[in-house]
Design a protein around this ligand. Structure first.
Ligand code: DAK
Length: 261
């Protein structure tokens, strides 16, 4: 499948950059964009052996300004349901991919765009980013996991404030409330995202993947079951070539050469 609305590049260090690429409409997510994303996530990403995938937006204004309003407005109930289900699947593929993802938020991240950033593991925003959930202004509400993922990150009160008002916040406020993890100058955004990705990529890939599973799955369980999951996964990590290499390299005072097994 030839991609029109997303752009993928693999960089040294097994870092991938996936750019939402419809800058004329602020990278709004159309059906076609979602189809391309799903194709990439299901059929290309698993073969790429990436250590980290960075999501960003083309142009200098937006990460993703949300679902494509013009397209949604023409949908009947059935088409809308299919569109919503499809987007849910795409976001789950991002969230559940074994390797970490970083959202490099270069401008507006609104509605479905903010939900996309929240499906990623870590969010870095440029100083000019603006985030929010304007859906109520359109007579709908965040329906691609937004009400659930934001609540898990921000808690009930802040989520309700953002979702009920539909107001945007700037990146400093997003940092203050924990909606993003870092804010950097706009011209440094991709360098900082790459640097973070490379820092992660230097670590034992198996350990990072299992930590992601322990954190994501464990956060949905009661503490006892979550601790059991953690114990099981960390034992699997111990029984690995990466663990032997990591500890041996430390003792030999050299850099580890992990193979991901
Ligand atoms: N969809 C389609 N086109 C969009 C767009 C969008 N989300 N956002 C911007 N554009 C288009 C504009 O129409 C304009 O196109 P032309 O007029 O040039 O043809 C072009 O991008 C540039 O935008 P502006 O001229 O408006 O640029 P400004 O700098 O003046 O304003 C803005 C930037 C981001 C403040 C403004 O564009 C804006 O407010 N955009 C809409 C943002 C928004 O409302 N996003 C949320 C979309 S709704 C659900 C499932 C899913 C969802 C909800 C529920 N259920 C299961 C219930 C998901 C919903 C959404 O994401």
């Amino acid at each position: 499948m030839k991609f029109e609305f997303i752009k993928y590049e693999k960089e040294p260090g097994d870092i991938g950059i996936l750019t939402m690429n419809r800058p004329k409409v602020l990278n709004a997510l159309s059906w076609q964009t979602l189809r391309e994303l799903r194709e990439f996530l299901e059929n290309i990403l698993p073969k790429e052996s990436l250590k980290t995938l960075i999501f960003t937006g083309a142009g200098d204004k937006a990460f993703v300004a949300g679902a494509d309003i013009a397209e949604m407005n023409k949908m009947n109930d059935q088409a809308f349901q299919e569109y919503v289900d499809f987007a849910h699947r795409v976001y789950e593929l991002i969230e559940n991919d074994p390797s970490p993802s970083i959202a490099a938020i270069n401008g507006y991240a609104l509605g479905g765009g903010c939900e996309l950033a929240l499906a990623c593991d870590i969010r870095i925003a440029s100083e000019k980013a603006r985030l929010g959930f304007p859906e109520v202004k359109l007579g709908i509400f965040p329906g691609w996991g937004g009400t659930q993922r934001v609540t898990r990150v921000l808690g009930l009160g802040k989520t309700k404030e953002l979702v009920f008002t539909g107001e945007m916040i700037d990146s400093q406020e997003a940092l203050r409330i924990g909606l993003v993890e870092r804010v950097v100058p706009n011209d440094r955004l991709m360098d900082e995202a790459r640097s973070l990705a490379l820092t992660i990529a230097k670590n034992g890939p198996r350990a990072v993947r299992m930590a992601k599973t322990a954190i994501n799955s464990g956060s949905e369980m009661d503490l006892q079951r979550a601790l059991l999951l953690e114990k099981t996964l960390v034992s699997l990590c111990f029984d690995s070539e990466d663990r032997i290499e990591g500890m041996t390299a430390f003792l030999e005072k050299r850099k580890p050469n992990f193979n991901g097994n």
